[in-house]
Structure formats: structure tokens, C-alpha cells
Design a protein around this ligand. Structure first.
Ligand code: NAP
Length: 265
């Protein structure tokens, strides 16, 4: 578990649910994930699978407090009343009475501080355990900090060796904001990179495990997504090996200097 700046704790790795279809398959996949040991699930209003997530977790009969559910507000465009409406819809679809971590999906659409204040209000009413943001840059976080508001517990951004976002990572570390790493496999594009493959051979692991381990050893919280049960297990089996400090440095430097065609960093 990782300690957050608001006193709560969250699992070190989770399952991303973007493009896991809103269908009976997603319910099955999530139930398999629960059996494999996943406890953190990352969904969003936008992903249209909150209902399936809630249903699958409820059907597992594992107590609610064993799970860590993250979901996201799609837009801040319409201010407080819209936030409250969206949030309660998410709660309803998820079939829960609180969310562990509620994120503003992106700092777009205006009324961001008003939305953020509404999240803080929901936290004080116990409906959200931790307040977070996603895709926030230094300037967005500074607008929260400068105005004396409590900083978010988490900023969820794209992070992998080929997208290191060093300025925002440095800022978050300085101010105690935990980083959730989305697209930790670069949406699959990093899996056949020659250097990643070389490390996979060296450690007798898969490329996905090397990338997830890189994320963990940076103290990020990776949320790899897969539609394949066997890969669910593979992606979670990352706690019985360690990438050496030297190889971490090499991969970090290599990724920093190498452009993957499918990323913008
Ligand atoms: P990702 O997790 O980096 O990569 C997913 C891709 O890798 C899929 O094509 C998957 O294919 C493949 N894959 C997964 N495990 C594998 C393995 N062991 N071996 C080979 N291939 C494997 O990409 P992502 O879905 O963009 O990111 C993960 C999660 O981050 C999302 O689901 C979502 O929860 C979150 N996210 C958040 C934002 C945001 O704006 N906050 C944006 C993007 C993503 P299969 O499914 O076929 O296995």
C-alpha cells in the first residue's frame, strides 16, 4: 500500500478499465482480476463501464473496504451542480456509497477550481475518501496551491520510460502528491522496443513486467489495462524481482532520448 498525503492508503498497482467494453465480458474480466488479487480499479464516467465495475465487485462478495475504486469526473464545464449530479450518477452506477478516489479527468472546460471545491465538499461529507486530479500540469496544480486549497492526493498522468513528464513529476514529489501512471505500457507500443526486450531477456520477465516494475520503482502507481486473463496475472506478478539501480538508470535515460511513434513526449 502507498500512503497518500491525506492519511489514506491505496494499493501500489491497479487495473485500468479504459476500453474494457461495457458488456458481460467486462464483468467477467473484473471478476477474474479480483480472483487474481487486484483491488484497485480505475474507471471513469467516460469509460461507460462503472456499472459493470460495481456489479462485478459486488458479486465478488469481498467487503467494500477491501477495494479501492477510482473514478473520474468527465467535465468541469458546468460547475458545482453538474459535479454533484455526475458524482451521484457515478455512485449509483458503481453501487457504492463512497468512492475511494475521485479525479477531475482533465483541467479542461473551465470552472476547475469550483469543481475542485465541490470534490473537497464531497470529501468532507464522506462520499469521497481522497480527492485527486488527472492530466494536471504544474500551472494547474499551482492554481490550487497558490489559493491555499489543500493539494490533491493524486495526479494521474501518462508515465512510462518514453513519457517521463519530468517537470510535473518533480513538482508532485516536492509537494507530496502521489502519481498514478496511466498507459504504463505506452498503450502496448513499448512492448516491442529493443531495449525493453533486452531487459526482459536479462531478467527473464516479459516486457510488460519490466515496464510495470520501472513504474513501481519510481514510486508511481501503475494501472495497466488488459482484456486477457493471462495477462492480468502476468501484470500483477511484479513483486518478486527488482531492476538494478544501473538498469533503471539506463532504461530511464534510453526512454528519455527515444521517441515512440504513438506517444507525444
Ligand atoms: P496501457 O495499460 O499502457 O496498455 C494497454 C495495452 O497493452 C493494450 O493494448 C493491452 O492489450 C496491452 N497489454 C496489456 N498487458 C499486456 C501484456 N502483459 N502483454 C502484452 N500486451 C499487454 O494503456 P492504457 O489502457 O491507455 O492505460 C491504462 C489505464 O490508464 C486505462 O485503462 C485507464 O484506466 C487509464 N488511463 C487514464 C487516462 C486519463 O486521462 N486519466 C488516459 C489513458 C488511460 P490487451 O488488452 O489486448 O491485453
Amino acid at each position: 500500500m502507498i500512503q497518500l498525503n491525506d492519511g489514506n492508503r491505496m494499493p501500489r498497482i491497479g487495473l485500468g478499465l479504459y476500453e474494457v467494453d461495457a458488456s458481460s465480458w467486462s464483468v467477467r474480466l473484473i471478476r477474474i482480476a479480483v480472483n487474481e488479487g487486484y483491488r484497485l480499479f480505475d474507471t471513469a464516467q467516460l469509460y461507460e463501464n462503472e456499472h459493470e465495475t460495481g456489479y462485478a465487485l459486488k458479486a465478488s462478495r469481498i467487503p467494500r473496504d477491501q477495494f479501492f475504486i477510482t473514478t473520474k469526473l468527465y467535465t468541469t464545464a458546468n460547475g458545482r451542480s453538474q459535479v454533484l449530479h455526475s458524482f451521484h450518477q457515478s455512485l449509483h452506477r458503481l453501487m457504492v456509497d463512497y468512492v475511494d478516489l475521485y479525479l477531475i479527468h482533465a483541467p479542461r472546460g473551465g470552472h476547475v477550481l469550483e469543481a475542485y471545491d465541490t470534490l473537497l465538499e464531497l470529501r468532507s461529507r464522506g462520499r469521497i475518501r481522497s480527492v485527486g486530479v488527472s492530466n494536471f500540469d504544474v500551472q494547474h496544480l499551482e492554481s490550487i496551491r497558490r489559493t491555499g486549497r489543500p493539494l490533491p492526493a493524486v495526479n494521474q498522468i501518462e508515465l512510462h520510460p518514453f513519457c517521463q513528464q519530468r517537470d510535473i513529476v518533480k513538482y508532485c514529489r516536492r509537494f507530496g502528491i502521489n502519481l498514478m501512471a496511466y498507459s504504463p505500457l505506452a498503450r502496448g507500443a513499448a512492448l516491442d522496443d529493443p531495449f525493453v526486450l533486452q531487459l526482459a531477456r536479462k531478467y527473464r520477465r516479459t516486457p510488460a513486467q519490466i515496464l510495470i516494475r520501472w513504474s513501481l520503482q519510481n514510486n508511481f502507481i501503475p494501472i495497466p489495462k488488459t482484456n486477457h486473463p493471462a495477462r492480468l496475472r502476468e501484470n500483477l506478478r511484479v513483486f518478486d524481482f527488482e531492476i538494478s539501480r544501473y538498469d533503471m538508470q539506463q532504461l530511464t535515460q534510453y526512454g528519455y532520448e527515444t521517441q515512440l511513434s504513438s506517444t507525444n513526449d
